[in-house]
Design a protein. Structure first.
Length: 183
């Protein structure tokens, strides 16, 4: 009833500044409740801590699961393999899987075909391949990620202690080690 009268409205108007000042002062003194880390955040923190201790052997695609392109196959055959396998980078091999001579990128193949469609039948996959990056399978994945960033390479060939191909590792494999499966 006091607020409905003119006297009540007059007091409210005069005290409005004081009430706002008091509210701002008290609000700054409130203590915030510490947030608990969510489960996925905790998993991410743990995977970052374990990342430097992981070796390539643990995350690589083993040699028996690798899709490869023969060095003497035509670019048309390589394009067909890219389409059927769904991969965008494939190792190019000579006599056998242990003889990796390069890595063929689908984007390089598309650029070549765009320049001259006759390249599909006339050039071999080894002529369009990039130089491979060979790494020991015992290398730390943290060191490998850094090396791949510096060399601007998306795929590396892991070799065992005898020089044979043990498997391949991609940047995607390294990132999945940190954040989990990427579909």
């Amino acid at each position: 009833t006091l607020g409905a009268t003119g006297f009540g409205k007059n007091i409210a108007t005069r005290l409005d500044g004081v009430v706002n000042l008091w509210a701002k002062t008290v609000h700054g003194l409130r203590l915030s409740i510490p947030e608990e880390t969510e489960e996925y955040e905790q998993d991410l923190i743990e995977s970052v801590e374990e990342f430097s201790e992981t070796v390539v052997r643990e995350i690589m695609v083993p040699r028996v699961d690798i899709e490869v392109v023969d060095a003497d196959s035509t670019l048309e055959q390589a394009l067909s393999l890219f389409v059927t396998s769904g991969f965008s980078r494939l190792p190019v091999v000579g006599k056998d899987v242990d003889d990796v001579v390069g890595v063929l990128y689908l984007k390089d193949l598309a650029r070549l075909v765009h320049q001259d469609p006759k390249f599909l039948e006339s050039r071999t996959s080894s002529s369009a391949a990039r130089a491979p990056l060979f790494i020991p399978e015992t290398k730390s994945v943290a060191d490998l990620l850094q090396e791949m960033q510096i060399s601007r390479t998306q795929i590396a060939v892991a070799v065992d202690e005898y020089g044979g191909v043990a498997g391949i590792v991609t940047v995607e494999d390294l990132i999945e080690e940190l954040v989990g499966e990427i579909s």
